[in-house]
Design a protein around this ligand. Sequence first.
Ligand SMILES: Nc1ncnc2c1ncn2[C@@H]1O[C@H](COP(=O)(O)OP(=O)(O)O)[C@@H](O)[C@H]1O
Ligand SMILES: [Mg+2]
Length: 360
Amino acid sequence: MIQSHHYGPNYYKLHSLPVPRPGQILGIVGNNGIGKSTAIKILSGKNPPDWQEILDHFKGTELHNYFTRIVEDKVKVTFKPQGVVNVPTVLQGNVGQVLSKVHDMREMKQELVAELDLIQLMDRNVGDLSGGELQRFTIAFNAMRKAEIHLFDEPSTFLDVKQRLKVGRVVRSLVQPNNYVIVVEHDLSLLDYLSDQICCFYGRRGLYGVVTLPVSVREGINVFLTGFVSTENQFRTKPLKVLEGEYTDSEIIVLLGENGTGKTTFLQMLAGHSEPDSGEGSDVEILKFNVSYKEQNPLLIEHILDKEYVDLSGGELQKVALALCLGKVSYVIVVEHDLIMLEYLSDFLLWESWLKRFDV
Ligand SMILES: Nc1ncnc2c1ncn2[C@@H]1O[C@H](COP(=O)(O)OP(=O)(O)O)[C@@H](O)[C@H]1O
Ligand SMILES: [Mg+2]
């Protein structure tokens, strides 16, 4: 397979790029740290290493057409980055002023401002906006412009369920028969609503990323949830055959193996936390030991300990922030929009209207 991009030797490598089609919205989904943002940055055509090399490399493919249009037509590209916190360093002034400087070629300004709940923010300084406000403002700024290529990296971050749907409508309104719209998104309902086709990223967090060819929305979401691509069956491995071994007293045994091959499951079975289910060996009785079992670091931060803070992906930054937060002795209060997460996390819910009643 062709290696499309790497961040230097021994760093993350991206092995292929998603293939966009004109007139269709391409949704991109995949676990964090696997190269989605890297890929969408490459598709934005900014800071290319060498155009001729890129064009030669993709000759005869759909991506060749895409990059040729970027090089030859000098097409307009809008790019909503994943982290919106840096937006105020680029777009300065108050919301109304910044938006009035954009040429409203699609004559959509009033509609966008209303749809994205920006009316009451028009006099607010961009630097004073909250995360969600900044997200909606940046999306409006990009959606006002008429562009041949619209790219959105995680447009739902910081937004509540209703605002996510509105963003979905805005993004869908951008498709034209001959332009490209590409969206990286984790919220599966939004992805389902937005996309005409889906590309799934897989690989190893922080090490390498590969992307599937575009498939239908239903198939793409299925591939992401089950981790199995029928045409590229390396995505997640088939059940493995494990050979029997032996151990005696006073021995330290080290388990070594690739991720996903069953090390944790095996330890959990020894610890009595899970039972063998079916198949070969399931009838073997596992002796009861006194077992002390240290769980894996659930945030998996070890592999990023040597990285520079500025190079971390959005998800990696989120984990560092979580680790810092969890390291303090405190009461636990979680603010969350994802309803599935809420149900899992909460003992009880505090509605915003109650907070208002108590003047919080
Ligand atoms: N400038 C950089 N230098 C080195 N590593 C980087 C740089 N930018 C991103 N990475 C690494 O590349 C990997 C993929 O990052 P990213 O594309 O942001 O993932 P995703 O968007 O899928 O979460 C991560 O391990 C990240 O730490
Ligand atoms: Mg990302």
